[in-house]
Write a new protein. Structure first.
Length: 127
């Protein structure tokens, strides 16, 4: 069956624009557009930083990750993994070699984790 089911899953309580970007990232991965998926996840992470960590638009991606970390959204153990996502996102955004399926899956998993932490759990009355 083509395309296969998207990796990751829907995340409750996302703002509409973030939900659309998340669907696009998952769908891109499902059709083997791994670089496009990573670029969309990178955009989502920047949006999260501006939305909840009070980061200023137009900063570098490394600064957005720092802002998320300072605001407590990125744990110390996760910071190294997100920095790898940053490096791969830079390559996907600025260089020609395509992202791999494995890299894309890792980026999707990290993005889903942050989306869930920031939007799904925070908005849940039972959390």
């Amino acid at each position: 069956m083509y395309p296969p089911a998207p990796a990751g899953g829907p995340v409750p309580n996302l703002p509409d624009d973030v939900a659309q970007a998340w669907r696009e990232a998952r769908t891109a991965h499902a059709v083997a557009a791994y670089t496009a998926s990573e670029v969309m996840c990178r955009k989502i992470l920047m949006h999260i930083a501006v939305d909840v960590a009070e980061a200023q638009p137009g900063r570098s991606f490394a600064q957005y990750i720092g802002d998320l970390s300072s605001a407590g959204y990125v744990t110390t153990g996760l910071r190294t993994t997100i920095d790898r996502v940053r490096a791969r996102g830079n390559a996907a955004n600025h260089e020609l070699p395509a992202s791999t399926e494995r890299d894309s899956l890792t980026t999707l998993a990290i993005t889903e984790h942050l989306l869930t932490s920031v939007y799904a759990f925070a908005a849940s009355p039972d959390a």
